[in-house]
Design a protein around this ligand. Structure first.
Ligand SMILES: CC(C)(COP(=O)(O)OP(=O)(O)OC[C@H]1O[C@@H](n2cnc3c(N)ncnc32)[C@H](O)[C@@H]1OP(=O)(O)O)[C@@H](O)C(=O)NCCC(=O)NCCS
Length: 142
């Protein structure tokens, strides 16, 4: 499995599609709702297996010392097979190389155990997305 940034137009299309399928479609959100106005300035990550995108995530600048990880999603058939861990390892190594000291993120309640397993510390409750998905702020010093 290869972990890198999307390169072609098709890879970007598949990247956004997977983000939508896992993080927006189950809550009846339209295609396009998975993107925001920070796409152009963010670092995008895909996990590729046999030309198929198995997982995605995005890093954006939070402040001078911290990057924020957003839109972490692994396709259903690949969940539980180590794809998420590989993406997080890539994100952390990218952040270190760029001189950042920490990664922060807002974790969905269902994913708390995943981030805890990878050494993130749970902090305060943050947003309630779509009136149903509680998020918690998490932090890892690199
Ligand atoms: C949460 C998610 C990103 C995890 O990715 P994944 O590829 O399934 O996770 P991995 O297989 O790399 O798991 C790494 C470790 O975390 C554990 N883990 C994974 N998901 C977990 C969860 N939801 N709760 C508790 N532990 C979890 C695994 O058991 C594994 O533990 P190990 O060290 O004992 O092997 C993925 O399941 C997903 O996309 N879920 C739906 C979307 C979502 O909630 N995204 C997060 C938004 S904040």
């Amino acid at each position: 499995m290869e972990i890198r940034s999307p390169e072609t137009q098709k890879e970007f299309k598949d990247y956004y599609h997977l983000r939508w399928k896992i993080l927006r479609q189950p809550w009846q959100q339209p295609e396009g709702s998975e993107q925001d106005n920070e796409e152009d300035t963010s670092y995008h990550i895909i996990a590729v297996e046999n030309n198929r995108i198995a997982g995605v995530a995005r890093l954006q600048v939070f402040d001078k010392e911290q990057l924020q990880l957003r839109y972490m999603a692994v396709d259903n058939v690949f969940q539980g097979t180590g794809v998420g861990r590989k993406i997080m390892q890539h994100a952390e190594s990218h952040a270190r190389q760029q001189g950042y000291k920490a990664i922060i993120l807002n974790a969905r309640e269902n994913a708390l155990g995943f981030y805890l397993r990878l050494g993130y510390q749970q902090q305060e409750k943050t947003c309630l997305l779509f009136d149903s998905i509680q998020h918690y702020k998490m932090h890892k010093t690199l």
